[in-house]
Every structure is written in structure tokens, then in C-alpha cells.
Ligand binder design. Structure first.
Ligand code: GLN
Length: 448
């Protein structure tokens, strides 16, 4: 723990951390040592990790990357945080992220940008940008992230690490500051699929009293298939994921990865996900709709920031929210409120829900002929800081390959598969069918 704290401090210019407290970390490390000495040596005992600042924690402030929660301390730990602590993990603090997990570049953090360790003039991806930076720069062996529309997979890809978002409902959302509740999922990010499997096994599990969408399935050992042969594995390659718009360097890295899978015994099957393009408008209706509702709790009364000077109650709400939320969050609240409003609900929100169902059905159709799906995580490598910060739509378009799986609630992961333009890392996305995490992790493990 001391080693990683020192590294994190020495590389603070990467902007990975939002909160650190050496006393807390070392106290946790001593407790882990005591457990190990007492013979209670679980696989994760004493392993230092750090959490995306979207998880609430008792021992560190929790801001979700927002001014709105400046100085906020939760009276409890998120279930994911508590489960990893029970497994023996030691917390190195809280990691930078886009405000309320809204973003693809970590540039929407109210506090500071995070920088890609492969080229510090480039973004690390988002919204779990700090998480990806911490692992890529070896400032932490493993971390947590959350993925609503790609926020584990995309920064993992941009920073050359491994990350997995499980099937929706595997991980409890209790204590994960809510963005879009029907999409939000927690997952681990680490160097390897093997490390991810260990962490995922610890952090998943039912939480029926606290998250009504958590699945009533017993905890699983996701490491159980690691090492299984890939002979005969059918890898679906969606035509729509390899069209124009995919950077040539990214495509070359993916082609090489697919060829490697064939050498490992897998068979490539061409499949179609015909509504891939629709995932962007559908997601950018549903996610803001849910966000506009979830974020109504930040009213200056219950948590965090409250405007200093105000007239009546309405004025207090207005000023608090004007000061507390950043531009992207305001944009989403406005879009979400609009698509849910009377007269527009049927035209936008309801249509989006229908197409969401069709996108999920398209995947089921595809899984008739394949076991896992492989493709890009993002169309390009990490872009330059500031390059797209004034253009929200340019950021949204970069989510095209992660959004379909999110809308369907499927497990997905990103594994490093070489380098593309500007020598930047490229991620291979593997998408599994529901509850196919063990199979995905093995496919990733064999590749690594
Ligand atoms: N980039 C997407 C967005 O801005 C996804 C974010 C996420 O998965 N949290 O909404």
C-alpha cells in the first residue's frame, strides 16, 4: 500500500486521484495483515485497490466528480466497496471520473482532467478515466469502475488495460451514485483478465434488500473456466462494427487479434447487428431521461453544495443547481426533461424504449450462431485533450460500439490488442450473452 501511495503521489500530474488518505489506507492494510496472520488469507487479502469516485465510501469523500458533492461524506459504503473490503482489499482512495459518470474523455470532471499515461497530451477515456490511468501507470494493481454506456471498456481500451462490465444486475448498484439506473453497472479494471476475474467474483452477488435490480443469483467464481481450450469457440464478428469510420490502425490491430483467435482454435462467424447506429440516439434519450430524474435529488437540501445567497426556496434550488452542476450534466438534465415531458414522451422516450428492445433482440438473434462477439471498443485511439471538448456530439459518436451491449444489458470487456494511430493502445471488445462472464474472461485470458 505504501509503494502504491508513493507512486500515486509521485505521478499526481496524471490526475488519477481525487482523494487519498494515507492514515486510512495504512489502517486498512494493517487490518488485512492481521487477517492474513490469523490464517484468513483470501486471494485478495491485502491487495491495494482504488475506487472510482462514483462509489460512496465512509472513509473518503465522495464527489462523483461534481462540485455539487464537494466535501460530501457518505455514512455508509457502497455494496461493491464493502464486498471488496470484506474480501481483504485495501483502499488507496478515490479516482477521478467525469461528473456523474457523464462523458467519454474524463474532461467533464469538475476537479481536473486525467491524462493518458501513454501520451499525456491525450485523454484517458471516460468516464472511468482516473481508474484506467491508475492501472495503466501502475499506480494501483486494480481498481473499480462503472459502465453505463462504455465507461469501463472505453478507458480500458484507450489506456491499454483490461476491464469488464458484467451482465446488468450482477453487481449491486447500492451506493453507486446513480446516473442511468437501467444501465449502470460496476466492474473491475486491472492489467489482466485473470485479475479481473478475481475481483469480479468478489464484487458481484445479490443485494436484494438494497438494489431491487440486483439478480438473485449466488456469487460465482468467474475464474473457474480460465485456461479452458478455445477449440471450436464461435466468435461472431458484426459487419456493422467494421465499416467506415473505423480508424485503419485500429482495424489492423483488431484483424491481427482475430487472426490470433483463429490460431487459438476459435472460428470466426460473420454476424449482423443491424441497429448498431441507432444505439447512439436511443442511449442519448434513455440515459439523460433517467439522469434527469436521478439528479433531482441534488437540490441543496440533502447533500453537498448549497448556494450561499438566495431568496426563496425556488431560488435556492435554482442557484444551487446552476452553481453545482457542470455544462454536460445540465445538458443531459435538459434533454432528459424534454424527452420525458408531456407531448414528447411518446415521440422520443417511448420510441427509444422500443428500439432498445429490438437491439437486445438483435443480439439474441446473433447469439444463435456464435458464443461471443468480438469487435472494436471505440472507432479511434485516444484523442488529444481539448480536441472534442467543445463538441458533445463528437464525444457521443465515439460510443457507438459500446452502447449496443449496454442497452441490451450484456456483459462486455475490453482487452489490450496492440497499438494503432500515434502508437496509442487499441482495445478488443468481447461481448458475451447474459451471464457469460466466465466464458468472456477465459477468451480474454487465453489471448493474453
Ligand atoms: N460516454 C457515455 C456517456 O457519456 C457513457 C458513460 C458511462 O458509461 N458512464 O454517457
Amino acid at each position: 500500500a505504501r509503494h502504491f501511495l508513493a507512486r500515486a503521489r509521485a505521478h499526481d500530474d496524471l490526475g488519477a486521484w481525487l482523494a487519498m488518505d494515507e492514515d486510512v489506507t495504512l489502517a486498512q492494510a494493517r487490518a488485512a495483515d492481521a487477517r492474513i496472520a490469523a490464517g484468513d488469507a483470501t486471494p485478495l487479502a491485502g491487495v491495494p485497490i482504488a475506487h472510482k469516485d462514483i462509489f460512496v465510501t465512509r472513509d473518503f469523500p465522495s464527489t462523483a466528480g461534481s462540485r455539487m458533492l464537494e466535501g460530501y461524506r457518505s455514512p455508509f459504503d457502497a455494496t461493491v466497496v464493502a464486498r471488496l473490503a470484506d474480501a481483504g482489499c485495501v483502499s488507496l482512495g478515490k479516482l477521478n471520473c467525469d461528473e456523474f459518470a457523464m462523458g467519454s474523455a474524463n474532461e467533464n470532471s469538475a476537479w481536473r482532467p486525467a491524462r493518458n499515461p501513454w501520451d499525456t497530451s491525450r485523454i484517458p477515456g471516460g468516464s472511468s478515466g482516473g481508474s484506467a490511468v491508475a492501472v495503466a501507470a501502475r499506480l494501483a494493481p486494480a481498481v473499480t469502475g462503472t459502465d453505463t454506456g462504455g465507461s469501463i471498456r472505453q478507458p480500458a481500451a484507450f489506456c491499454g488495460i483490461t476491464g469488464i462490465k458484467p451482465t446488468y444486475g450482477r453487481a449491486s448498484r447500492y451506493g453507486m451514485i446513480a446516473f442511468a439506473s437501467s444501465l449502470d453497472q460496476a466492474g473491475p479494471m486491472a492489467r489482466t483478465a485473470e485479475d479481473c476475474a478475481l475481483l469480479l467474483s468478489a464484487l458481484c452477488g445479490p443485494d436484494p434488500d438494497r438494489d431491487s435490480t440486483s439478480l438473485d443469483m449466488p456469487p460465482e467464481d468467474f475464474s473457474r473456466s480460465l485456461g479452458d481450450s478455445l477449440d471450436g469457440l464461435r466468435i461472431g464478428v458484426p459487419r456493422e462494427f467494421f465499416g467506415e469510420g473505423l480508424a485503419p490502425g485500429v482495424r489492423a490491430a483488431l484483424d491481427a487479434a482475430l487472426a490470433e483467435y483463429v490460431k487459438l482454435g476459435a472460428r470466426l462467424v460473420e454476424i449482423s447487428l443491424p441497429r448498431t447506429e441507432l444505439a447512439i440516439p436511443v442511449y442519448y434519450i434513455i440515459a439523460p431521461a433517467e439522469a434527469s430524474s436521478n439528479l433531482s435529488r441534488f437540490d441543496g437540501v440533502k447533500f453537498g453544495h448549497r448556494a450561499k445567497h438566495y431568496g426563496d426556496l425556488q431560488d435556492m434550488y435554482r442557484k444551487t443547481r446552476a452553481e453545482g452542476f457542470g455544462d454536460e450534466v445540465k445538458r443531459r438534465i435538459m434533454v432528459g426533461t424534454y424527452v420525458l415531458s408531456h407531448g414528447y414522451y411518446d415521440a422520443y422516450y417511448l420510441q427509444a424504449q422500443k428500439i432498445r428492445r429490438m437491439i437486445a433482440d438483435d443480439f439474441q438473434q446473433a447469439f444463435q450462431s456464435c458464443d461471443v462477439i468480438a469487435g472494436p471498443v471505440a472507432p479511434t485511439v485516444a484523442w488529444k485533450l481539448g480536441e472534442k471538448s467543445a463538441d458533445p456530439v463528437a464525444n457521443y459518436l465515439a460510443d457507438i460500439f459500446t452502447l449496443p451491449g449496454s442497452l441490451a444489458g450484456l456483459p462486455g470487456m475490453s482487452i489490450p490488442c496492440g497499438f494503432g494511430e500515434h502508437g496509442m493502445p487499441v482495445g478488443l471488445q468481447l461481448i458475451g450473452n447474459y451471464f457469460g462472464e466466465a466464458k468472456l474472461l477465459n477468451a480474454a485470458h487465453r489471448f493474453q
